[in-house]
Design a protein around this ligand. Structure first.
Ligand SMILES: Cc1ncc(COP(=O)(O)O)c(C=O)c1O
Length: 369
């Protein structure tokens, strides 16, 4: 006897286990002008050249974009020294993470990532019927030994955000190589280098050389952070020929808009704007971290454009109370309980004025006015 049909359409296994992604908030009650530090956006905005390129496109909206985004891939290739044939662009790096999971994960498979890994890893893993295998960190840093110990015959993908969002910690590239060496060749290592442009450490690499010399490593990048194009949704991936061929088969034929292509080319080629963003972060990341630490709050050392602030659990000074207090001053940080960090808030480095406002508000919150 065949089973009676369900009363309504039933989604694929895993989908209903997903907790929908909650983006950073952008408004505060009471009509205050918000200081939005919840999504790691750049305080410098997009390159004026990218804004101009975007505007210039307004008269051509009836045209489809170039489905392969060739001019953009050539521009990225030129700036980063990469073969454009080995690049795939996407509607944010989120889309690329989704496509990778769709191509390489299915029922019975496992994907490994850390307990503080970017939330999208879990979403795309469950969304493709696979099992998330969540690995403990050591001092909020990726623990390569623990990652390797979590690998089973069912592992198909390892996701690594380096630097990690939301902790801001990173692992030196020797450690990434050690992780790669310990993986079977049929396991895909996804190096998510969304914050690579901000990192100033001699032992850090975004992953270009490892991708170039391996068959099972890809690197994803984004235009949402240092390039200031989060609203346009644009990301890119560098990968081996075979994986690029797989992604080009399953991506939407026009997955990147004409506006994103035009603005992306101008943004990636505006080196002065990128340098200004790096210089701003180099100045304000240490300033903000030190000023908040001086208030007696714990700040996890970060190499990105954001910091993780941890609050005491007792004495009415916990993260939830701090979040509400900050909001009453118009300041929006990111709650990170969903990342296993219920006592912390993540703050994006803002303008000089924003950072001063945060330090003043936190001083008031902890009673050190
Ligand atoms: C680690 C990490 N990867 C990927 C992304 C997604 O970026 P995009 O805007 O390109 O989808 C983010 C955004 O917050 C991130 O923090």
């Amino acid at each position: 006897m065949t089973a009676a049909p369900a009363a309504r359409p039933v989604p694929q296994p895993g989908i209903m286990e997903i907790s929908p992604y909650v983006p950073g908030e952008s408004s505060v009650p009471g009509g205050l002008k918000p200081i939005k530090l919840s999504s790691n956006e750049t305080p410098l905005g997009a390159s004026p050249k990218a804004i101009e390129a975007y505007r210039a496109l307004a008269t051509e909206l009836e045209r489809y974009p170039d489905g392969s985004a060739l001019a953009l891939r050539k521009a990225i290739g030129g700036v980063y020294g990469l073969n454009p044939d080995r690049l795939v662009c996407g509607c944010g790096s989120d889309e690329l993470l989704n496509l990778l999971a769709h191509a390489y994960l299915g029922a019975g498979d496992e994907a490994v990532f850390t307990e503080h890994g970017f939330l999208v890893y879990k979403i795309v893993t469950l969304g493709n019927g696979a099992k998330p295998v969540v690995v403990k960190t050591k001092g909020r840093r990726t623990d390569v030994d623990a990652m390797l110990a979590a690998v089973t015959p069912r592992t198909k993908v390892v996701f690594l955000d380096n630097p990690n969002n939301p902790t801001g910690t990173y692992i030196p590239f020797d450690e990434v190589r050690r992780l790669h060496k310990g993986l079977r060749p049929d396991i895909l290592l996804v190096l998510d280098s969304a914050y690579a442009e901000y990192v100033k450490r001699n032992d850090y690499e975004a992953g270009i050389e490892l991708v170039a010399t391996s068959e099972n490593v890809v690197m994803t990048r984004t235009f949402s952070k240092i390039y200031g194009l989060a609203g346009l949704r644009l990301g890119w991936l560098y990968g081996p020929e075979q994986i690029v061929g797989v992604l080009n088969r399953i991506r939407g034929p026009f997955n990147v808009t004409a506006a994103a292509i035009a603005a992306g080319i101008a943004a990636v080629e505006d080196k002065a704007h990128v340098e200004a963003s790096v210089a701003h972060n180099d100045k304000w990341l240490p300033w903000t971290a030190a000023a908040i630490e001086k208030l007696g709050l714990e700040v996890t050392p970060s190499v990105g454009n954001f910091i993780l602030i941890t609050f005491p659990t007792a004495g009415g000074k916990d993260a939830a109370t701090a979040d509400n207090f900050l909001k009453s001053k118009g300041i929006i940080m990111r709650r990170v309980a969903a990342y296993g960090l219920p006592n912390s808030l993540r703050m994006t480095i803002g303008t000089a004025e924003d950072n001063h406002a945060v330090v003043a508000a936190l001083a008031e919150f902890v009673g050190r006015k």
